[in-house]
Design a protein around this ligand. Sequence first.
Ligand SMILES: Nc1ncnc2c1ncn2[C@@H]1O[C@H](COP(=O)(O)OP(=O)(O)OP(=O)(O)O)[C@@H](O)[C@H]1O
Ligand SMILES: [Mg+2]
Length: 235
Amino acid sequence: MLVEVRDLTKIYVTGKLEVGALQGIDLAIEEGEFVAIMGPSGSGKTTLMNIIGCLDRPTAGTYKLAGRHAEGLSDDQLAEIRGKQIGFVFQVYNLLQQATALQNVELPLQYARVGNQRQRAMDALAKLGLADRAHHLPSELSGGQQQRVAIARSLVNEPSIILADEPTGNLDSRTGAEVMDMFSQLNEDGITLILVTHDARVASYADRLGECHDGKGVSDGPVPDSGKVEGEETN
Ligand SMILES: Nc1ncnc2c1ncn2[C@@H]1O[C@H](COP(=O)(O)OP(=O)(O)OP(=O)(O)O)[C@@H](O)[C@H]1O
Ligand SMILES: [Mg+2]
């Protein structure tokens, strides 16, 4: 099992107020799966992704990544796992505005101090169909192209998992479908994908659907066939 979450609890304490963002989530994801996570706003989806992505720790419960317990690791150990095994894609593309597409994609390689950075970054951009935009700034790219740069950046380190939190949330339906086709291709190439979305059509690209409600997992099963309809709003 690549991701194994058991009875995961996350309580945020703000002053005297406690919020039970996750209240006993169980989730198991095998290598190569493509899992969509849906649920109302505030139901804990981003909190769960942050813990799976080793950006945060649970209050209670266990999280094993590739068989290794992650809940008790130090910040440095978590950062190392993130750098080697996990790619992130967000709703806002989080690109450095003063850096070109190529420089943005190179960034994770600089942190990881691996060789052959330029070539690897170019290869990742080419994979996303952006070889001819490598030297453009984000402001010179469309929203869909910027999101594809962010996806190239997420996979340049050859992670075993990509975590995408509302990756099509800022895109129109056609561009969202293009981005989803890219994710499907990456999944066919073997990358495990966990994707949060509010959109049933986006979720329909996944093999499996997990639903969150009030910090609890309420169902986990096949994705209902909603049809990938062209030309409608995805938001
Ligand atoms: N850093 C934080 N400190 C305090 N409370 C938080 C923090 N982050 C999230 N929460 C609370 O935890 C709950 C779950 O938040 P989370 O961001 O995981 O929801 P979500 O399902 O991703 O929602 P959305 O669909 O709106 O993105 C919410 O009630 C939120 O207010
Ligand atoms: Mg969220």
